[in-house]
Ligand binder design. Structure first.
Ligand code: 6R9
Length: 666
């Protein structure tokens, strides 16, 4: 990556650099009222204030969008350099009160959750009044199990309303939820339960997704064999399967909640008390428990819900993300419920029972905002336009998240799904940022297909020269993306590893928050996210570390060494390709390759499974033993004529052998 200035158009070679879309006229005409900002100039004015007078800006929004049991005096303290940021310091509030009670008090019959089960037609609605009762009862259950303020609770649940209830019940009593995506293996679950020191795990008997059953309780049982500190497992009956219950440890959700009253007084939490942990992959080591604070995180969710997604009273918001990832935390649960609208909780997949599933849900529930990862859009685009047969005339906003969206996919989303009536919001953010950080505001910001457009309030981006660490000023430049100011919803620490937090995010370029992504700023100031500059691969919007997959492979008794690279993939964005050197005397055959794939599925989860396994005699290494993944990347991309200098390898002849293996498997 170069930090130097380049002529207009060169930084963003995409044909789309000059293709600007204004917020669709029809979106504004069909609007139930009007966007929260009058126009782009108003965004620019407010944005400027959010950077020059952040305390004034955020204090006003925090009091407007959140309900406090005790007001704050100090808006912000600390700095990026010291990693001690604190917001709304003396304030006290409760997340579940903000998401549920205040709306239930006004209108208990308003729908909070639209549950769309895996089987079409098998869902139900949960009103704010009901949600308050469900959350309260479960709060009693957790209290009775000995969960106290500051304790973590592991949640291993599929996409059902109870996942929301469980998360909110934790926040009601001041416990920290630690949701583990129900697609993770028992080993991954075990690691997270141990790292977070969770004593209680909440799960289901089974899950149901795309017509298939998932043995969630069985996976929990396996994980807990190595979690001696877990006292209780609370099991929600989803399918009624015959499962084993360990006496004294395992309890049925439905039996427990019957014991307690349907109101529980929310516990007042300090602004900076942790709200939740969410484990995410970095370029090295074990997954990190990213920790978010209460007030700052909630404010980021509410602010982006309001301004990015243009949420208004009466809206029906559908985020297709899973609560096991940050997108599900912020945009299935917190943003829509903080703003008191209805959120769709979808248990299934976009392909079951057919490729019209999303569009049918949108039509049936008159969805106003839809939010999904490009990987799903690529799949649905490929399936054919005839599956998109619904009018979906209530749609105003179509969001994209998790990976870059290619211009053709962007346009398909705009034309075929949105019929030119909805604004596309390509939202860039991360687990660590808590909420959208570079994104259009629906109804306000002009967009270009493939660009995440402009920074959200309070986000001051900098493009940094990766070599000198100097900021690159002006437009038409490219560098690594960093942020110059703290913002309320930024992660506060890595659970039990603050040093790692400092090293990963705040000490890479002192005084900046480092994203790990490369980006360009075009001649008009639009941002274009280039993808990770570290060893993180993005498969279907799921963030994986190559190091983690390599570690999983090496656990296999036949593998001597492994190197994993991300390869461009038409459907999943990137795919995992693994190169392994096996131990002497190992029989190489297809069954062995399958075993290696299984090893990763078991160790991390099915979504991390390598798409290709290449069994090679040796890996390309420098004389100091460093694996040259760059060479492997070139070979799988079919660019073996552009390998560059390989004479620094300890054994340059392995390259030709690896090329042979790759060719033979094509
Ligand atoms: C929300 C989420 C974060 C990484 C991030 C970047 C990639 C997310 C993107 C995007 C291009 C977008 N990413 N949004 N890349 N355009 N609109 O996905 O969080 O799972 O932590 O992943 O995803 O590489 O650094 P997370």
């Amino acid at each position: 990556m170069s930090g130097s200035r380049v002529p207009a158009g060169a930084v963003v070679p995409e044909a789309h650099i000059n293709e600007t879309f204004q917020p669709p006229k029809e979106m504004l005409q069909n609007h139930p009222s009007k966007p929260h900002l009058a126009n782009f100039e108003e965004y620019q004015k407010l944005y400027k204030q959010s950077i020059t007078e952040p305390n004034v800006f955020w204090a006003e929004r925090a009091r407007e969008l959140l309900s406090w049991s005790k007001d704050f005096q100090t808006v912000h303290s600390g700095s990026l350099a010291n990693g001690d940021n604190a917001w709304f310091v003396e304030g006290e509030l409760n997340a579940s009160y903000n998401c549920v009670d205040r709306h239930a008090h006004k209108d208990p019959s308003r729908v909070a959750i639209i549950y769309e089960a895996d089987e079409p037609g098998k869902g139900r609605n949960v009103t704010y009044g009901e949600l308050l009762r469900e959350v309260s009862k479960l709060a009693h259950v957790l209290t009775n199990l000995g969960v106290r303020k500051g304790d973590t609770v592991a949640i291993y649940l599929p996409m059902i309303p109870e996942a929301i209830v469980a998360m909110l019940a934790c926040t009601r009593i001041g416990a920290i939820h630690s949701v583990v995506f129900a697609g993770f293996s028992s080993d991954s679950l075990r690691d997270r339960v141990v790292d977070a020191q969770s004593k209680v795990v909440i799960t289901t008997d089974e899950g149901k997704r795309g017509g298939k059953l998932i043995g969630t309780k069985k996976i929990v049982d396996e994980a807990l064999q190595q979690c001696p500190d877990v006292r209780n497992v609370l099991v929600y009956k989803r399918t009624g399967a015959d499962i084993s219950m360990t006496p004294g440890r395992d309890l049925w959700w439905h039996e427990e909640v019957e014991k307690y009253p349907a109101y529980y007084t929310p516990v007042a939490m300090a602004s900076e008390d942790p709200l939740f942990l969410l484990y995410t992959s970095g370029s090295t080591g074990k997954p990190k428990g990213v920790a978010h604070s209460t007030a700052g995180y909630l404010l980021g969710a509410a602010m982006t819900g309001k301004y990015v997604f243009d949420i208004h009273d009466g809206d029906r918001y559908f985020c297709g993300g899973d609560v096991g990832w940050i997108t599900g935390h912020t945009y299935v649960l917190y943003a829509p419920l903080l703003l008191g609208v209805s959120t769709v909780v979808f248990e299934g997949t976009p392909a079951y029972p057919n490729f019209s599933r999303y569009w049918d849900i949108i039509e049936e529930h008159k969805v106003t905002q839809f939010y999904v990862a490009p990987t799903a859009l690529r799949l649905l685009k490929r399936a054919g336009d005839h599956h998109v047969r619904n009018e979906m005339k209530h749609l105003r906003v179509l969001g994209s998240v998790g990976e870059p969206i290619a211009a053709e996919v962007w346009k398909w989303y705009y034309d075929v799904v949105g019929k030119g009536r909805a604004q596309i919001c390509d939202t860039y953010w991360q687990t660590e940022t808590g909420s959208n950080v570079i994104t259009p505001l629906a109804g306000v910001t002009p967009t270009k297909p493939g660009s995440a457009s402009f920074p959200f309030f309070g986000i001051e981006p900098a493009l940094v020269d990766p070599v000198t660490g100097e900021e690159i000023h002006g437009n038409n430049v490219e560098g690594v993306l960093a942020f110059k100011q703290p913002w309320p919803s930024m992660a506060r620490t890595v659970w039990g590893a603050h040093k790692r937090y400092m090293e990963t995010y705040l000490h890479v370029y002192k005084g900046y928050y480092f994203t790990g992504d490369g980006a360009a700023r075009d001649y008009e100031g639009f941002y274009w996210i280039r993808g990770r500059v570290d060893d993180v691969v993005n498969v279907s919007g799921h963030r994986l570390s190559t190091a983690e997959i390599e570690a999983a492979l090496i656990e296999h008794h036949s593998i001597a060494e492994a190197a994993v690279v991300g390869v461009a993939d038409e459907l999943t964005g990137q795919a995992v390709n693994a190169f392994v050197a096996v131990k002497e005397g190992t029989q190489i055959n297809d069954a062995l390759r399958k075993e290696f794939v299984l090893q990763v599925r078991r160790s991390i989860g099915p979504f991390a499974a390598p798409k290709a396994i290449y069994i090679v005699p040796d890996l390309p290494k420098t004389r100091s033993g460093k694996i040259m993944r760059r060479i492997l990347r070139k070979i799988v991309a079919g660019e073996e004529d552009q390998l560059g200098d390989i004479t620094t390898l300890s054994d340059p002849s392995v390259v030709a052998k690896i090329i042979d293996v790759v060719h033979a498997q094509r």
